[in-house]
Design a protein around this ligand. Sequence first.
Ligand code: PEP
Ligand code: MN
Length: 339
Amino acid sequence: MIIVMKTDATPEQEKAVIRHIEQMGFKAHVIEGEERNVIGAVGHEKKKMDLMVLTTHAGVEAVIPISKPYKLASRELHRQASVIEIVPGLAIGGDKFVVMAGPCSVESREQIVATARSVKESGAQVLRGGAYKPRTSPYDFQGLAEEGLKLLEIARKDTGLPLITEVMSQRDVERVEASADILQVGARNVQNFALLKELGRVSKPILLKRGLSTTIKEWLMSAEYILSEGNTRVILCERGIRTFETATRNTLDLSAVPVLREQTHLPVVIDPSHGTGVRNYVPAMAMAAVAVGADGLLIEVHPNPEQALSDGAQSLTLEMFAAMMEKIKPLVTLMGKSL
Ligand code: PEP
Ligand code: MN
């Protein structure tokens, strides 16, 4: 339920409402607005109408049900698009556009540092690199794990770029949280609810990828798992879904962006690398992502894609990434955003 406070409600009145919500066994989430605050009361769906009693509180304007099954993720509760701070001085959402770039996997110190320097020079604001890799075959390169995280930290120190890296298992959350600035949940883990709940309790933002066969509604329900545990910094990432088409690795669902804009306040990033699986198709889809109103991009870049230990076919060379950035910059401005 949404508890809409009056514009002149006092902090004491708000506290009394929160106390009452909690006494009834619901969780209260305050959303501060420019004119008034609203409080989201979430908990058991069957008991939600009990919350109508809150209309009797001083300071309450209205109590309105949220029609969607996801509550904290929904636009109904949070009308304003969320602007999420990644690190001090860098935010995503609203009029900010953020490009995260780097190799699929961290392979060596030379590889990650050279990539970090180059993508920074081209305008990327975040360095990506996988240390724990979800590979289809157990015989493929699985990532450098802890060693990969240390190499990422070296690249951050060298360039100042914040880091995004994937966390695959609940077991590794604490360790990855200690190194990363954003924790990535991969497509295959989008419905690993135990992992999502754990990530709801970390202090860093989470980038939640869409699953290979996840509907937008299911994806937002997954985001709700993180939000409901108290972590409000969730970024969604469309990375292509599985269809009958084989010319591309996945089918990049750019129509998810306007749908999500309507349904949720959370920022949306596009990953055209996994979305297409083909290096030559990445720049065009990156431009389309800007044009459709995405809040950022996640791009795989490698100094020598032919030698990459994972996803070489879809990784841009350093030069291709630089050229892509030059192409998207005017489009980002045209969309009223800034890099
Ligand atoms: C990745 O970002 O390298 C990755 C494994 O992505 P996804 O989970 O989208 O397949
Ligand atoms: Mn990859």
